[in-house]
Design a protein around this ligand. Sequence first.
Ligand SMILES: NC(=O)c1ccc[n+]([C@@H]2O[C@H](COP(=O)([O-])OP(=O)(O)OC[C@H]3O[C@@H](n4cnc5c(N)ncnc54)[C@H](OP(=O)(O)O)[C@@H]3O)[C@@H](O)[C@H]2O)c1
Length: 429
Amino acid sequence: MSTTTIITTTLDGKHPAIYQEEIFIEQRQNGHVSNPIPPQAQTTVQTPSVMQKALLLYAAQQPYALVTDHAIPSILHKDEILIKVISIGLNPVDWKGPAFNFGLPRLPWVNGRDLAGVVVQTADTTAGSRLQKGDVVLVPSTDYRDIRKAAFQEYAVATHFNAAKIPSARCTHAAASVGVAFVAAVLALGVSLGLDFQAISECAGPNLPEILDKVNADTIPADVRHECFASRHAVERPKAGDWIAIWGASTTTGLITLQLAKKAGLKTICIADIARHGSKLHAVGADILIDRHDTSRAVEIIRGITNNKLRYAVDIVGSHTAALLQATLDPTISATDGSHAHLLGLTGLPKAQDKDERIMYHTVPIKLFHSSPEVGEAMVTWLERLLETGALELPEIIKAEGGLGGVNEALGVLRSGDASGKRIVVSLE
Ligand SMILES: NC(=O)c1ccc[n+]([C@@H]2O[C@H](COP(=O)([O-])OP(=O)(O)OC[C@H]3O[C@@H](n4cnc5c(N)ncnc54)[C@H](OP(=O)(O)O)[C@@H]3O)[C@@H](O)[C@H]2O)c1
């Protein structure tokens, strides 16, 4: 028992097939296709030439526009499946991207990072793969540069190694809430910090550094390659019994990070609004809860509890709180094994001038999930087992009304903070 102390493609007026081919070529040039095959060898499965509803973003700082004449995306690659979307989980990036004009490869664009739905088509070559027509799956759509994969539409393409089957006993809407948060948490802990999930007794997970050791590093996108191997030395990796501090533990990502860290044997310090979230965080394994509103005291408390020896910290709020977390770490380089303290920022890191050169800083190599079939499949099959066994507590959800037409209003609620850690899920049923 735990105790707790306090993606018509006629957008550009081009023929759909030409547009899709351009996407494919652009992806290969950017290293986004992990298993590139020449266009003449692609498995192209024709989808019915019917239109669907989708949300288009025509300009930054504008609301999404509901259209009814957006072509259903086509399967272009041997690993792909087509999904009829049942439910969409909303992420902060869905409003932040348009508001601050980032993550928008072109305009107009379709956004949306988390979806759940039913597989309606598979590429011929996926016959015999673990996913079949009729399976209900959740998909963290991290490959946002491929408009076919976006969630804000009635049909979306995914790769089979980025889709996890949802057990029949699990609510499809709840499952739509967890994908991106799970991917971020697993890559943060399992790749950037190198935590081994194999020893989790109730539902063993992957040892991602071991999987990455067998992956040709040249197939990993150059901009995240260094991060993917940052913790390849065993001495840098957290071991059972080590402390980890998580600032923003009540975020959806924090809730998953906390659970996985705890299950892997780490001792967890969670910084959040205790009055609002303490009970939930305690129930899923927080060892120490510290209130987020008393920031200076939080730093002192963490130092005290860890006896000034904290080596691992994850920030899920922003550069300001990442700087506070930095102050809680023991920055010295170990005289015995040369290991470092590690600070990972999901939303920012301390400013360059405030960094300590002895500390190893990390960002999440999120594109590893869709660019490496080996890593992607290890993660989604583990998620399937976690859902099947009930070992992972899913975030609470708020079901938004109005289908795609209700997304703008729901994103307003998310932006206001009123969702307070609950995932807003939009049903297309
Ligand atoms: N880099 C990546 O690839 C990646 C991937 C996933 C997420 N992210 C980022 O990670 C962040 C979290 O995403 P999410 O979807 O997990 O968020 P979310 O579930 O929408 O997070 C909402 C929670 O954040 C808490 N919060 C707000 N300000 C806080 C503060 N100063 N200290 C502590 N907690 C605070 C809120 O607490 P209260 O209820 O107390 O207000 C609320 O519980 C976002 O910035 C997102 O863009 C990045």
